[in-house]
Design a binder for this molecule. Structure first.
Ligand code: ADP
Ligand code: ZN
Length: 295
């Protein structure tokens, strides 16, 4: 039986898993994300001590995913300065000498949702995580979308609500982009209380709903995905789903002719089908794809 390595490379922690052919997680280890010099040797050790056939990495970005670029497989302009220009793909390929698949953490999660989760059977979907940051992974024709670089849905510009006390937002690069207005930390900075503890009737949630609905509207108009999956810590507040559907419908203004819209987006804007496992399963699928490619 073949086994595969799955690495969820995050800004705060690295989650390393070993999965078998059936997709069962056999082993899992979590280490904090320190500098590359401190963290990478530990990860190489973990994976090299297990006889895996290939490795999949879902990594925080931005990444260079253009195969014809000389920086292919490199972490590029990340705000985590120690990780800038880390050739993460090459490091793992050279050290482990096995096929390695790399994509953004959100593209990996979107891939998992499209193959195994809420968008199973569809050829397109958008996966958005609303957590410490806001990021979106896009699958079109069963493939994660890459282009100039890769989509950065979390940094799309959003119209702030009129009564938002911090309409300028908190993104160091774009101020009032989606992440700058709607991430967990943006909510906490604005209301001086964790999103976790904000009462359901607090006006902050109305603003959050507006920002996420604007994103859904923009995504529907831009890419027409067959499903939008919203995950991440903030979406643990499940009362948000019906409110986001309602607001998105309002913003669409009857323009999009589709049964999904006519039904009220009930089965269209949904939580992840894989619960919190989209990330690990996405990295696993990247590993499997890398293995198949090399056969
Ligand atoms: P990360 O984005 O770091 O991978 P999460 O998706 O869990 O991790 O996001 C963490 C953020 O989500 C925190 O900023 C926190 O404010 C918010 N968060 C976590 N749990 C909840 C919750 N139950 N309700 C609302 N917000 C939450
Ligand atoms: Zn931004």
């Amino acid at each position: 039986m073949k086994t595969y390595g799955a690495l969820e490379a995050g800004g705060t922690k690295m989650v390393m898993s070993i999965l078998d052919d059936s997709g069962k997680i056999c082993e899992r280890e979590v280490i904090p994300t320190r500098t590359p010099d401190e963290t990478i040797p530990d990860m190489i050790r973990f994976f090299s001590e297990r006889s895996i056939h290939s490795l999949g990495i879902g990594c925080f970005g931005p990444l260079d995913l253009n195969p014809s670029s000389e920086n292919f497989g490199m972490i590029t302009r990340t705000p985590k300065l120690a990780w800038r220009n880390t050739p993460i793909l090459r490091i793992f390929q050279d050290s482990l000498q096995i096929p390695v698949g790399l994509d953004t953490d959100v593209n990996a999660a979107a891939l998992a949702e499209s193959v195994l989760g809420a968008a199973r059977g569809l050829s397109s979907c958008l996966y958005v995580t609303v957590g410490t940051g806001v990021g979106g992974g896009l699958i079109i024709h069963h493939q994660p979308v890459h282009g100039l670089v890769h989509p950065e849905l979390g940094h799309q510009l959003i119209l702030p609500e009129k009564d938002d006390p911090c309409p300028e937002g908190f993104c160091p690069s774009h101020r009032s982009c989606l992440e700058g207005l709607a991430s967990g930390p943006a909510m906490e900075k604005r209301w001086h209380v964790s999103a976790r503890d904000l009462p359901h009737d607090h006006p902050g949630w109305r603003m959050e709903v507006s920002y996420l609905a604007q994103m859904c509207h923009n995504a529907i108009m831009s890419f027409s995905p067959e499903k939008i999956i919203l995950g991440g810590g903030v979406m643990q507040q499940t009362f948000l789903y019906p409110l986001i559907r309602k607001k998105t419908l309002e913003l669409l203004g009857g323009y999009v002719a589709s049964p999904c819209v006519d039904e009220g987006l009930e089965n269209y804007i949904v939580p992840p089908g894989l619960d919190i496992h989209s990330g690990v399963m996405g990295s696993y699928l990247l590993a499997r794809r890398a293995c198949e490619k090399s056969d």
